[in-house]
Design a protein around this ligand. Sequence first.
Ligand SMILES: C[S@@+](CC[C@H](N)C(=O)[O-])C[C@H]1O[C@@H](n2cnc3c(N)ncnc32)[C@H](O)[C@@H]1O
Length: 411
Amino acid sequence: MGEPLLRALNRMRDHLLDPDALVKAVASGRQKGSRPTWRRAELRYVDLKAGRHLQVTTYDETQAHTANHALAPSDGQSAARDAVDTLLDEPFANWHVDTTTQTHQLRVTKKLEAVVHTTDRAEPVEVERGHDRDKSRLLPEDDPVFVALGISDESGRLKPSRQAKYRQVEEFLRLLDSSVTDALDKGHLRRPTVEEPLRIADLGCGNAYLTFAAERFLSGVRGLPVRLTGVDVKEQSREHNATIAERLGVGARQGVSFVVGTIGAVELDPAPEVVLALHACDTATDEALAQAVSWGAQLVLAAPCCHHDIAAQLRRSPTPSPYAMITRHGILRERLADTLTDALRASLMRQQGYRVDVVQFVESQHTPRNTMLRAVRAGAPVKGGSVRKEYDDLVDTWGISPALARLLDAH
Ligand SMILES: C[S@@+](CC[C@H](N)C(=O)[O-])C[C@H]1O[C@@H](n2cnc3c(N)ncnc32)[C@H](O)[C@@H]1O
């Protein structure tokens, strides 16, 4: 049931201005027919040398702005109270307010009424108010992305069962961060603007953990305007991801959209400049690499998943001497197939004019799927030469035909 908006906001104001009880508050979305100054605002209290301050982080289309506001009144005014009142005046559509004992979700309806949903915590939480908290983390575990994705609970604590996923996201962001920085510095990627955001496609995005984290990190933390499209063959993924995007206030209008389609046939116009393909099954990674080449993508990050194609070919063709001592053992043959597959992918991308390195994605104790191919378009396709000769020698020796080669020929 709706209630008058002002009355509900006044209740939220009391929570926001309680420096002992507020854990974190997030304002996002826009009320019908209006547009807040900020895309999103986050509030929490931090303990600085000068005493407890209200820390407000606001996000515009390109970057995050953080300001600390004193609680003590100066000239009869409290900077913290002013900051809260300014934000409450903004036409945000949602307020999520966490206190040590309760969680309040305020949603503004189309009729500009408030619907508030309040839940009690089973136990009061303790609040970490350190200023430098999580400095080494690219996205802290209480970031709304992790809460929305179910990696952290509603109070922003990492769920014990999701620690590996959190680590994977952090490792991925570290690689993305360094790859994007390097590509921007070397002029391989253009500097995006609000009018012309960086176009990124996540092919085989699944439940889009990495898609949402990439968007949040690049636009919210790095201040790079991005437009991100997730592609997956499953309609169920699209529905799930659209719901999460809405919850995070980053739907299609804010530049994050999801389409149902196969990687090899999807049409994205304008073409993406950065292609992500993370654990896309078997030859879906090859489809993603071939698409990236056909789009002329500048940066490609592909973490291959299962490798069945070359493994099946190795089983069918006679093993060249003296490698039978490897292929007679099933597990070694599988590992050899994985290595051959990725080495041939790297070589084929080099022949397409990309600078390629193969790096460890996450530490191998967390998952065996821990390789990433990082390719940056640095020049024109290379015809012939030593790279081609090496490639020909390898495929001839083993009598194999990589899926990526077939797909590149077909494009
Ligand atoms: C193992 S999941 C990985 C999801 C996500 N990228 C991640 O790393 O968390 C692989 C996803 O790729 C999708 N997929 C596999 N082959 C595909 C294809 N040819 N076209 C589109 N999606 C595909 C599957 O539906 C699945 O959601």
